[in-house]
Design a protein around this ligand. Structure first.
Ligand SMILES: [Fe+2]
Length: 375
């Protein structure tokens, strides 16, 4: 019996993809993580021109929660911590993520294990860590929540005989999105395996899906979609995704909106205002979200999404080959604008990645990644 059949026959193993892990492959979770974080709290960026950064982010669908000459803090409509902290900096760059600890004691545990300290931060406390890719990672607790803002609910839809809207019309407003909350962040890294294991062992995240290079599965995964382990409570399919790449850096971050009309109408609004579209509208495979990707004026990528999968801790990792066409079930083909393969810096980064010690990129991997992005 093959592994797929075995799993399908075993009611205790629920599998959401065609194939699961084989014996000896990465299990996708740590048996004894240091802590289990409760979620992604916010993302931090640096921007040289704060008013310009704010203009895009408000057009994208955020609301300003706080503004000083040195930083702007942006939020979604749902109650909770803000989604973004954008500080004035020399250039435009992603700084790092902040995860929410489940309990104050988890910060002490993290501080002890990493020889760091718990420090006051934004009205609560934080531990400041660094992941193996070099990203600063904050874990926070006790930061006061912002109250919910009023938002439009999902539109009433007519489905065949099931008419929720008799004698009514459908007129979604073409305006900036009403972002509900931060969903996930995606990094490229030259130290994928080290970073993956760090997030599983240190923050207790668990893998929803692994992608490998076709023909090189035995070399291990090159991308992982990773969620929070909330036990029996379902959690976003991915809060963090990481991919082995010739250079380490931010790829995109994603924000939930209420429904497909919100994704589409907000996209039209961005298009009318002259912003650069990257890819969409489509529906992903890993996570199933309906997505639409945009670039800010400095080319950083931001995603609107709706209708994403949520998994509880019982779901085992799926395994599939990486390909550009495998990033969506429907929608336009993933463009070079999205994959970044035509970015002039990529070739140089690839050469550097081959010569730098301590990273996980070799020539065969680079060739496999290029092939995957063309397939
Ligand atoms: Fe995404």
């Amino acid at each position: 019996m093959d592994v797929g059949t075995q799993r399908a026959a075993d009611p205790h193993r629920s599998l959401h993809s065609d194939t699961g892990g084989l014996p000896g492959e990465h299990p996708g979770r740590s048996r004894d993580p240091l802590v289990k974080v409760a979620g992604l709290a916010w993302l931090e960026f640096e921007k040289p021109d704060l008013p310009r950064a704010e203009r895009f982010l408000v057009d994208f669908g955020f609301t300003v929660a706080d503004r000083t000459p040195e930083a702007v803090v942006l939020r979604g409509h749902w109650a909770g911590t803000p989604s973004l902290v954008v500080r004035r900096g020399a250039g435009s760059r992603f700084f790092g993520p902040a995860f929410a600890a489940d309990a104050r004691a988890d910060l002490d545990r993290l501080a002890r294990a990493t020889d760091s300290r718990v420090v006051p931060h934004r009205g609560g406390q934080a531990v400041e860590l660094t992941d193996p890719s070099g990203f600063p990672v904050r874990v926070v607790h006790g930061v006061p929540d912002l109250p919910a803002l009023p938002e439009r609910g999902p539109l009433p839809l007519n489905f065949g005989h099931d008419t929720a809207r008799a004698n009514g019309t459908q007129r979604p407003a073409r305006r900036a999105a009403q972002i509900q909350r931060l969903g996930h962040v995606v990094f490229g890294t030259t130290r994928f395996r080290a970073a993956l294991d760090w997030y599983l062992e240190t923050l207790g995240l668990i893998v929803s899906d692994f992608l490998y290079l076709d023909g090189r599965r035995e070399r291990g995964p090159v991308m992982a979609f990773i969620r929070c382990d909330l036990g029996t409570v379902p959690s976003d399919h991915h809060t963090l995704a990481m991919a082995l790449q010739p250079r380490t850096g931010y790829l995109h971050s994603a924000y939930q909106v209420t429904d497909l009309d919100e994704v589409a109408a907000a996209g039209e609004y961005l298009r009318e205002r002259g912003y650069r579209h990257a890819w969409g509208i489509g529906r992903h495979i890993q996570g199933s979200q309906i997505f639409d990707y945009w670039r800010d004026p400095d080319r950083l990528m931001f995603e609107h999404y709706t209708d994403g999968d949520v998994f509880d801790a019982s779901m085992e990792p799926g395994w599939a080959p990486l390909s550009a066409s495998g990033l969506s079930q429907w929608g336009p083909k993933a463009t070079a604008r999205f994959t970044g393969t035509r970015d002039p810096g990529v070739a140089l980064a690839a050469i550097k990645a081959l010569t730098d010690k301590g990273n996980e990129v070799d020539f065969a991997t680079l060739r496999g990644l290029v092939k995957a992005m063309a397939s």
